[in-house]
Design a protein around this ligand. Sequence first.
Ligand code: SOE
Length: 391
Amino acid sequence: MKKMNVGLIGAGFMGKAHCVAMSNMPKLFPDAPYLPVFKTVCDIVPEIAEDFADRFDFQNWCTDWREIINDPEIDIVCVCTPNCDHAEPSIAALNAGKHVICEKPMSATEEQAEAMAAAAAEAAKKGVYSMCGYQYRRVPAIDEAKKIIESGAIGELTNVRAQYLQSWSADPRSPLSWRFVKETAGAGTLGDIFTHALDIAQYLAGNVTDIVSIVKTYIKERPVQEGGVDLLGTVKLGDDAKKQAVDVDDEVSVLCKYESGAVGSIEATRMAWGRNNYITIEVHGTKGSITWNYERLNELEVCYGMDDEDGARGFKKIYTGPANPHGDVTWNIPGMNIGYGELKAIEAYEFAKAITEGYEPSTCFEVGYQLDRVCSAILKSNDENAWVEVK
Ligand code: SOE
C-alpha cells in the first residue's frame, strides 16, 4: 500500500484525535488511498513531544515546527496548535508543497485566514491541498440529511435552527487556557464551537448573507492554567491560583438570513450546565422537517409532513449504518453506532481521497476563511447593535 509521511504540529487533544483517526483510516476504509506513516511530532514542550512520539510511534520528535516543514520526506502536515499559531506553519507547509490539515477555526484573525486561503489557492494550482477540521458536517446522519434536502423531499427550506451547547467552562474555577485569551484564540465560543454549528447549517442550507448578533462574556476572570496541554475544564483551580482577565466571549446568539431566502438562528455557549457536546440542527421545509443532535449522532429524525396522513404525522427515526453515507466506517448493524473517533477517521479518509485524487476537500481553507468572515460580521453586529452583511 502507498505510504504518506505525516508531520504533526501540536501534541494536545486534537493532535491525539487526528493521529488516532489517521491510523484507523486504512483499517476502517477498505479503499483507503494510503497508509499514513508517523514521521515527526512537534510540540513546544519537549516532554509532551517525546511522550507523544513514544505512544504514537512517531520516528522523531522536535520542538520547532520548521524542522517538519524543512523535511523533504514529509508529505502531510497536521496543524493542531492554538489558533494564533495556525497561519505561519500552514502557509509555510503549503509553500513547501505539503498537504495541510489544520484545526478550526482557521486562525485568530481574519487577516491570517485570508493569507491562509490565498496560500491554499496557489498551492491547489500545483496539486497541493488544504483542509480545515470542521468534521461534524461529515457525520453520516448529516450527509443523509443533505441527501434528503437535495432530493426535495422536505421542500424549500424556510428555517434552519442550529445550536452548539457545552458546559465545560460554566464553572468559574475551570482554568483559563489559551482558549480564553483573544491574542491566542482570536475569539471564545464564537471561533471554538459556534463555527461548527455554522458550518453544519451552511453545509445543509447554503451560505449566510446577513446576521444580527448578541455576544456575551459572563465570567470576566478565571484562574490560570500553567503549562501542559489544555485541560478543557476537567480540573478546577482553587482560590490560591493566579487570576487573569477573560477577553473573549462565553456565548453567541445570532439571527441570520441565507442566500436561498431561508432564515434561521444559531447559538453557542460553553456555559450551558447539563449540555456536553450538544450540537443540534433543525431544518424546516415547506413539505417536511429534519432534526438531529450530536449526543445521539447516529440517529436522524425526519418528518415527511405533507406525505403523512393527518393523525399519523410525526418524526421518523433513521438509525444510520452501512446503508447511509460513509457506511464503510460504520459497524455492520445500524444501532451499533459510531462516535467521535470514527468521525475523525471519516475526515481523514475524505482528506486522503482529496489529496490523492486531486481536488479541494469540501472543508478547504477557502471555506474556513468564509466561516471566519461570518464570525467577523457577528462581532461587528454586536458592536454596532445592528444587522451586518457578511463580506
Ligand atoms: C472545546 O470546546 C472543543 O474541544 C472544541 O475546540 C472542538 O472543536 C469541539 O469539537 C469539542 O469541544
